[in-house]
Write a protein that binds this ligand. Structure first.
Ligand SMILES: C[S@@+](CC[C@H](N)C(=O)[O-])C[C@H]1O[C@@H](n2cnc3c(N)ncnc32)[C@H](O)[C@@H]1O
Length: 211
């Protein structure tokens, strides 16, 4: 990136608002596959938080499964579209516009947290974000997280262009060493999540339970 090109990380709300201010849903309206394939760990009536939920595809789908869902994102344009998606699908989600560093993370509250493609966070922010995610889970609550590995820098089919934002197995094993790992898998797949995540992708998925 040249010195004259503004970094999207300098103005995350503005950058994401511009990306979301288009016809259609940037990542589609269907839930992320890793989340969809692991969501049976939560039972109807349980409370789940969707972190940096964007345009609401994941929170709305979880609410449709009978979960009680809170969701937040820094981009008000995304949250407005998420509210519309929830209304269209006739489900209730408690949405909030918030930066993850100022979100009033309640402690010991959630049966689940969905953190799907939250790789806007550099290592320092990621440490704070993961600490908040762990604290907001109830003992026995489960985190479902999806991200890209550094190999994604070759594919360029989505995600941030910075290796330090991407996850290796070692990154996640170390970050969640105090949780019980249920599943940690590095894999490749063809994603078709709107126009934002499309094509061959180097992925990592984690499911981990608070002790
Ligand atoms: C790749 S998108 C993923 C959105 C959603 N989780 C999904 O899977 O569809 C990353 C999201 O992070 C949000 N975001 C970026 N920086 C943030 C911050 N500091 N706090 C909260 N959300 C942020 C963006 O607005 C965007 O919606």
């Amino acid at each position: 990136m040249s010195a004259s090109t503004p970094s999207p990380f300098a103005d995350p709300a503005g950058n994401w608002n511009r990306r979301f201010d288009e016809e259609g849903y940037l990542f589609g309206t269907a839930p992320n596959s890793w989340l969809r394939d692991h969501a049976e760990i939560w039972q109807p009536g349980q409370r789940v938080l969707c972190v940096a939920d964007g345009e609401g595809r994941n929170s709305v789908w979880l609410a449709g499964r009978g979960l009680v869902v809170d969701a937040f994102d820094i981009a008000e344009v995304g949250v407005a579209k998420a509210r519309r998606l929830a209304a269209t699908q006739g489900v209730g989600v408690s949405f909030r516009v918030s930066d993850c560093d100022v979100y009033p993370w309640p402690q010991d509250t959630y049966d689940g947290v969905a953190a799907i493609f939250v790789q806007f966070a550099d290592p320092a922010m990621r440490e704070r974000l993961f600490a908040n995610i762990k604290r907001c889970l109830k003992p026995g609550g489960t985190l479902v997280l999806q991200g890209y590995t550094p190999k994604q820098l070759d594919y360029k089919t989505g995600g941030p262009p910075h290796a330090s934002h991407l996850y290796t197995k070692a990154t996640l094993q170390s970050a969640f060493a105090d949780l019980d790992l249920v599943e940690l898998r590095e894999y490749e797949a063809e994603l078709a999540e709107g126009n934002g995540h499309r094509g061959r992708s180097a992925l990592i998925g984690l499911v981990a339970r608070r002790r």
